[in-house]
Design a protein around this ligand. Sequence first.
Ligand code: SF4
Ligand code: SF4
Length: 417
Amino acid sequence: MQDYQFRQNPSAVAEKLHELEDMTIQCMKCGVCQAECPLYQNNFQETSVARGKISLLEFIINGQISRAEEVYPVLDYCVHCGKCRETCSSGVLTDLIFFKAKNILREIHSMSRKEKYALEIAMEKPQVVASLSPVLHAGGAINNALSRVDILQSLKNHLPGSLFRRNVKTPAKKSFTKKYQGWHYAQKETMRVIFYPGCAINYVYDNWGEEITEILNVLGVSVFIPPSGRCCGIPAATMGNLDQYLKNFHKNADEFESAGAEYVITACPTCGYGIGELGESLSGRNPHYKVMDILVFLHDVLGYSQKISIPEKTSLHTPCHYDKNKKGDLQNIVTDFIDSDFVPMEKSGCCGFGGTFNLKNYDVSISIAKEKIEELKEKNVSVLYAPCPGCAMQLHDAAKGTGIKVMHPVSLMNPRR
Ligand code: SF4
Ligand code: SF4
């Protein structure tokens, strides 16, 4: 409790939460969302799932809770996977309720100075984050070297925080944007697109960005990489700062519009949600460009048909924020592109990453991913497709020591490979 700073009285916050009543009232308290909520399935606590969180908000609105500031951590115990919204037959907009309620509750549960500072750097000063790449690269390399020494591994388990226990992907030496910003023209240009890498591709999976740019160029598509390297803003939204999130959304939209292309391509479904659907719902802005995942773009727009074969047994993790109209087609798209001994994954839910959730609740987060890896081990899968850099980092961590390779399908599809 000592971190809390009471800037406004809780009844004023209850007044503001009234704004959400049109949305919260849609919840019939049926509990159907329990079945797909990765956190409820992990601890069977009602506060983990949408029904419980919405009930608590209603208790504040109705004056039935006096210590409203204690509800923020309950809302924060969420990977923002959107599974509750997806499964809700009453159409409850759980994602918008959670983001807006967290934003309002920040009035009485403010961020620590450390959180504020980190968020400001990440959102407003991408050039500072980019300049840290060589340090992060060296740190990641050292961490991974240490993780191979058993005696140090057991020591690391007792160090404060969970960072040292992770099997991290070594960050890029130089950010993807620093290397690739600007236009990359196709020799026989038929179309122009913007490729938005987002932070994880920018700083960790820079090879994905390079492979995507190459494939598109080979297929006659000129690619523009926005020089700002700006974050999509989702971390700000999940930390209850919608003003900051919307600032990033609008600045990115302005940058995309001034580059002038019909499509903004992403390989991170969460960024796609951040630069697309979420910002559009919250701001009412309707940009002219379409935000599209790279695999959908290759399949549906370019009609890519150069199937390759690999001898490995493969499987697919479908990211939570993958385009909802294409989620059901993703397996077919991937198997259309890559011929292999493919086995579907039965544990098809969220990987448990959730960005900042993973930093705060590592043990729960990684245990969700490990269940998936256990299934893949039993099925002798050796390659797992994860077309989202957040999911890929999480599954790479969980797969440590199993020999399972986690990758984006584009890494196998590059014609110059
Ligand atoms: S959010 Fe939807 S699925 Fe969950 S309890 Fe409410 S109405 Fe039911
Ligand atoms: S967004 Fe995901 S983790 Fe959060 S309540 Fe909904 S299903 Fe559970």
